[in-house]
Design a binder for this molecule. Structure first.
Ligand code: 13P
Length: 340
């Protein structure tokens, strides 16, 4: 009989599963603030009606707000799970046509242990895949899947729920069908690697791109088309043991990201996971526009955050019909070859 080594105790598994469930409670999602300042996170308790987790980066994780309280404690007091970006950025993958991998495994276990001790409940690591005439390559897909699996396993051993993020970039003129096929391929590589590394799926979350046509595709598609392509890709590749899918916004406008998420939740068919948001740009562009780095604008910026959080909270329930007022709601957030 084959022998399997158990790397997590039952208590560790239970803790990871319960953090993941807390993050994907109905009508709630994640604010990915790992690119921007923590100042935008407000004190208003209403924020926690729609936001269950916030991703910080190393500096903000250890920073204090103006009132002297750490951001981490502020979030915990609001009932929000603090998260931390643990990768060290995207680097070129030699021998490929401008493809990449993500670095940061060295010392990761020690860093995760420290973040856990200081109050983090989950982590994020972003990998990037590119659609090209001959890509993504097998080399890029296998490398990125493997590094995500190693990261996930290290997080779990240290009590952090890994958010697994294999982002297929929207750069290009490919159609929706191509984006779906590539997303399916990338996700299938990812779950094969996670299984090979014995990652406890119930204690993970997936952060994929929605399936959308390339940024410069000339065909236009409806939110229903995006929903069908996205749910189909997930049904074919994401095990039912995964508790939730927290989409990145990937350069969509705030309003498109909300409408597409709502359509995804409305789409009929098998959806054994929570389907919610972990938005960076689509939760922050109105906020940052309103704030403009000025102290006197902080409260109006926080209202913008609440409005978008509420729209996305509804979208996660499939009940967002559009029209929430935001100062940058329909601005494109596309950044070519988005890397940070
Ligand atoms: P966007 O929603 O801006 O794509 O960012 C989410 C994120 O965390 C990307 O790593």
């Amino acid at each position: 009989m084959p022998e399997f080594y158990q790397y997590l105790s039952a208590a560790q598994e239970q803790e990871l599963a319960s953090i993941a469930q807390q993050i994907v409670q109905p009508g709630k999602g994640i604010l990915a603030a790992d690119e921007s300042t923590g100042t935008i996170v407000c004190n208003d308790r209403k924020i926690s009606d729609h936001i269950s987790g916030v991703i910080l980066y190393h500096e903000t994780f250890f920073q204090k707000a103006d009132d002297g309280q750490s951001f981490v404690n502020k979030l915990k007091n609001l009932g929000i799970v603090p998260g931390i970006k643990v990768d060290k950025g995207v680097v070129p993958l030699a021998g490929t046509d401008d493809e990449c991998t993500t670095q940061g495994l060295d010392g990761l276990a020690e860093r995760c242990a420290e973040y856990k001790k200081e109050g983090a409940g989950f982590a994020k690591w972003r990998c990037v895949l590119k659609i090209k005439s001959h890509g993504p390559s097998h080399q890029a897909m296998i490398e990125n899947a493997n590094v995500l699996a190693r990261y996930a396993s290290i997080c779990q051993q240290n009590g952090l729920v890994p958010i697994v993020e294999p982002e297929v970039l929207p750069d290009g003129d490919h159609d929706l069908e191509t984006a779906r096929q590539v997303t399916e391929q990338v996700l299938s590589y990812t779950y094969k690697a996670l299984m090979e590394h014995h990652v406890y799926l119930e204690g993970t979350l997936l952060k994929p791109n929605m399936v959308t046509a390339g940024q410069s595709c000339t065909k236009s598609y409806t939110a229903k088309d995006v929903a069908k392509a996205t749910v189909t890709a997930l049904q074919r590749t994401v095990p039912a043991a995964v508790p939730g899918v927290t989409f990145l916004s990937g350069g969509q406008s705030e309003e498109d990201a909300s409408l597409n998420l709502s359509a995804i939740n409305q789409f009929p068919g098998k959806k054994p996971w929570a389907l919610t948001f972990s938005y960076g740009r689509a939760l922050q562009s109105s906020v940052l526009k309103a704030w403009a780095g000025k102290k006197e604008n902080i409260s109006s910026a926080q209202v913008e955050l609440l409005n978008r959080a509420e729209a996305n909270g509804k979208a996660a329930l499939g009940t967002y019909g559009g029209g929430v007022k935001s100062s940058a709601a329909s601005d494109s957030n596309f950044v070519a070859q988005h890397a940070y």
